[in-house]
Write a protein that binds this ligand. Structure first.
Ligand code: TPP
Ligand code: MG
Length: 771
């Protein structure tokens, strides 16, 4: 009689075999056209095969979402292979072009992947924010109770060195986030070494103090039974340092025996007599994370919504020849070792890819039933796009305004007007809600809290501009000052359409320089194609007296190199309104992307528009604010907050420089993308000039450009390469300091005088070359 536990054990063996074989095949069998190592992590996989078998074939339901430890990717694919939802071709093409990815990828893998992983720590933390978003949707009545699920992170123990895990833990506690299982594959090894013993004792305390239930799965059933009988042995094993435990696992039975004889002498004699070396190897490998009964029992006992940390003791490389070896992280079995494993697992040569190879006639029906009964989602969830109508967004009125103020105003107007878009916006900010101008929106729409919280100040009738009520219908999620959490929140909210079939329009605000603080999490959000709007303000040295540490210099360069994120840097409120409208559309469009707005606190005189012709260009990355005359010899090219200087210089110079143009750049990112795309298309035989080529070809051949931005000058200086025009680049290259704008602009050469000098220099150089 085959029990479910037996069948799960058989499935564990299948996962162990298939993950190891997939990696082996890619490294030793598939021809390598370039001689590069393919790689893969057989040890990290087998460390988790029992945990994952217990989860996917027993514990998980169809709505549960899992972030799988990156290096256990092949196990996830093997699970889908057994379920029939992954193809042999994909496994054979592991790490090949178009094949299954090295690490689970939402967008690139053919199987359903709930969260991409790869940068350790981020996959752990995003589960907390996804759970919060699930609560948010439930509170608004957009998610049925039956569609709710648990959020599971399968965590490598070394991932707990990443600080972002604790930032998320703190935020999760503040928001009372529940429905989480974080399951630690506690193999006590990282990439380089065995992990520090001292720290381990602390993890339970850290989690418990944040309201988590901590369940340690240390020994398996068989080993526990023996240890109960032999208290001295138990004591001895408990205090064995990580490195020694790993080394003994690697060395096996005879080493265990020798060590026990030395350490315990007579006290171990009876026990050792009962076990030969082979039995010792097997017995001491019976750790909690490899014992199916222990795992199943633990998962079954934690079905409420209390956030739970499982610390499952495992052996890295379990069942493989390098089990426990400290250097086994990227270790690959050689063909001889692989053949031995194949034999040991009852796999016939030539039948390595057979899903249930070696599973005997007796066991097979039980295993097949268990596979058939797995309740996990087998297909990729459809992505949800185009469900919300984005209305036209009018520019806020006002002759003088800053882009930051205009942003606050637009959100306020949207809120007052109401409608589906306004209802689907969710804003969030790491403690800079007020200073990024979201305050009025929050006054209107309130804070999101799972349980209502009275505004003590309002109740006491203490005057305040922020009247923020907290309800489970609020639309602003407050975060502590941890920018990583902001980006993980944007990633989770930006995946609401994919994870829950409910579109949200997440808007996150922060100060521009602090993007760098959360950069990997931002990249992580974009990598998963989460859709959101990032509003960074204030920016540049234009924030003036606020000074050096808050000034940003390189974010436009970051944006230039960040796929999946469009940079817009408007100078005027009407541009911002058009761009926000566009950004909302891009959130809800299958071919869209996320948008980064770099805004400023500088109030500037708005330009008068004769018509709407500027709009299309502004959305495409730039337009002629002052069109050049025929055969113009020079142009000023300006972006964002320094537009008043550019306009003043243009006014001053236009009499002396006939046809001088002023190009307003709204997105170096889009201009650059269009340029390279047009080039690629030309190689493909299609001839179409890009927007930037069209713009710049309005000038005389060889005309000069003076570029200016409150940012690294390289943000715009590349424009000279498009048509081979000479460039005088102005921008900020040194850390800034406090000061008034006139002082700072003069010191950093962002003023009218610098522009005038730049134009003069270019014209002189042009005369010299043509003479
Ligand atoms: C942010 C980041 N830094 C470094 C790495 C390289 N790296 C990959 S795995 C790993 C160690 C992982 O150890 P652990 O989490 O314990 O996993 P396991 O032992 O199960 O392989 C490191 C340093 C990475 N993937 N991400
Ligand atoms: Mg580890």
């Amino acid at each position: 009689m085959i029990t479910d536990l037996d069948a799960l054990n058989i499935l564990e063996e299948r996962l162990r075999w298939l993950s190891a074989w997939t990696i082996h095949h890619a490294n030793h069998i598939r021809p390598s056209p370039d001689g590069l190592k393919v790689g893969g992590h057989q040890a990290s996989c087998t460390s988790m095969t029992a945990i994952m078998a217990a989860l996917y074939f027993h514990a998980l339901g169809p709505n549960d979402r899992v972030a799988v430890k990156p290096h256990a990717g092949p196990v996830l694919h093997a699970i889908h292979y057994l379920l029939g939802t992954q193809s042999r071709e994909q496994l054979e093409n592991f790490r090949g072009f178009g094949g299954m990815q090295s690490y689970p990828s939402r967008t690139k893998d053919s199987i359903p992947v709930d969260f991409s992983t790869g940068s350790v720590g981020l996959g752990v933390a995003i589960t907390a924010f996804a759970s919060l978003i699930q609560d948010y949707l439930s509170a608004r009545g957009w998610l049925d109770e039956a569609d709710r699920g648990r959020f599971v992170a399968l965590v490598g123990d070394a991932e707990f060195d990443e600080g972002n895990v604790y930032e998320a833990l703190i935020e999760a506690y503040k928001h009372d986030i529940r429905g989480l299982w974080w399951i630690v594959d506690y193999n006590r090894q990282s990439l380089d070494a065995t992990s520090a013993d001292r720290m381990f004792e602390r993890f339970d305390e850290i989690f418990k103090s944040c309201g988590w239930r901590v369940i340690e799965l240390r020994w398996g059933k068989r080993l526990s039974a023996v240890l109960n009988k032999h208290p001295r042995l138990s004591e001895w094993l408990e205090q064995l340092p990580n490195a020694e435990l790993s080394a003994l696992h690697y060395q096996g039975g005879s080493a265990w025996r020798a060590r026990l004889e030395t350490d315990l002498g007579k006290a171990a004699a009876a026990f050792l007599k009962e076990h030969d070396d082979a039995a010792l190897t097997v017995l001491f490998s019976d750790l909690g994370g490899h014992c199916m009964a222990t795992l199943v029992e633990a998962f079954d006992a934690a079905r409420d919504d209390v956030p739970t940390l499982f610390i499952a003791w495992t052996i890295k490389g379990y069942g493989l020849p390098f089990a426990g070896h400290k250097d086994n992280h990227a270790g690959l079995m050689n063909p001889t070792q692989m053949a031995a494993l194949r034999e040991a697992m009852g796999v016939t040569e030539g039948r390595e890819w057979e899903p249930l190879e070696g599973v005997g006639g007796n066991a097979r029906p039980a295993v097949e039933t268990l596979i058939g009964n797995s309740r996990i989602a087998r297909e990729k969830r459809p992505r949800s796009f185009g469900s919300v109508t984005v209305p036209a967004i009018p520019a806020p009125a006002g002759d003088e305004q800053s882009t930051q103020a205009a942003f606050g105003r637009i959100l306020l107007d949207l809120s007052k007007a109401g409608g589906p878009l306004a209802d689907r916006i969710v804003t969030t900010s790491p403690d800079v809600t007020v200073s990024t101008n979201l305050g009025a929106w929050v006054n209107q729409r309130g804070l999101f809290r799972k349980s209502e919280k009275a505004d003590v100040f309002a109740k006491a009738k203490i005057a305040s501009a922020q009247k923020w009520s907290s309800t489970n219908h609020g639309q602003h999620i407050e975060l502590g000052i941890a920018e990583n959490n902001l980006f993980l929140m944007l990633a989770a909210a930006g995946l609401a359409g994919d994870l829950f079939g409910q579109r949200l329009f997440p808007i996150g605000t922060l100060y521009d320089p602090f993007i760098a603080r959360g950069l990997d999490a931002l990249n992580y959000a974009c990598y998963q194609d989460a859709r959101f709007i990032l509003v960074a303000t204030p920016s540049g040295i234009t924030l003036g007296p606020e000074g050096g540490a808050h000034q940003s210099i390189n974010p436009p360069l970051i944006a230039l190199g960040q796929p999946g994120l469009r940079h817009y840097e408007p100078a005027f409120a009407d541009e911002l309104a058009a761009m926000l409208e566009q950004a909302f559309r891009l959130v809800d469009d299958p071919d869209g992307e996320s948008t980064y707005f770099r805004l400023s606190t500088r109030s500037v005189a708005q330009v008068e528009r004769g018509d709407d012709a500027w709009r299309e260009g502004a959305l495409a990355g730039g337009y002629w604010l002052r069109p050049p005359g025929p055969n113009a010899e020079a142009a000023i090219v300006a972006m964002g907050s320094v537009m008043p200087e550019a306009l003043a210089a243009w006014d001053e110079l236009r009499a002396d420089v006939p046809g001088l143009g002023l190009l307003a750049v709204t997105s170096p990112d889009l201009l650059h993308r269009g340029w390279t795309r047009a080039q690629a298309e030309r190689w493909g035989g299609r001839r179409q000039a890009s927007h930037v080529e069209t713009l710049l070809s309005a000038l005389a051949p060889g005309a000069g450009l003076v570029t200016i931005a409150d940012a690294a000058p390289a943000s715009l200086s590349w424009l000279g390469g498009v048509l081979g025009q000479r460039v005088a680049p102005l921008g900020v290259e040194r850390f800034g300091q406090t000061g008034s704008l006139p002082d700072l602009y003069a010191a950093y050469r962002l003023d009218q005088e610098a522009l005038t000098e730049g134009v003069a220099e270019l014209l002189l150089a042009r005369e010299a070359t043509s003479a």
